[in-house]
Design a protein around this ligand. Structure first.
Ligand SMILES: [Zn+2]
Length: 79
């Protein structure tokens, strides 16, 4: 069985489970498993980032609405 050294794991895997990637220092082998794992973690991070953006937007809307409500009550002489 042909194997190649996986620069990500630091050990050899069967070549069928690997992809050859072009890097700054030349072509390197990396296993599909580690590539997929990186992709998944990036997607998870992106999803987390989107969630935070969403929360911030909601927060800003609430703040704007609250400020508007205060301004309105001042104008009508309630506060
Ligand atoms: Zn690997």
């Amino acid at each position: 069985m042909r194997t190649a050294y996986c620069y990500h794991c630091g050990k050899s895997h069967p070549i069928e489970l690997m992809r050859q990637l072009a890097t700054g220092t030349g072509k390197r082998w990396r296993c599909i498993k580690s590539i997929e794992a990186t992709k998944v973690s990036r997607e998870t991070r992106d999803a987390y980032g989107r969630k935070i953006t969403e929360i911030n937007q909601i927060d800003n809307e609430h703040r704007a609405r609250f400020a508007a409500a205060i301004a309105n009550s001042r104008r009508s002489g309630i506060a």
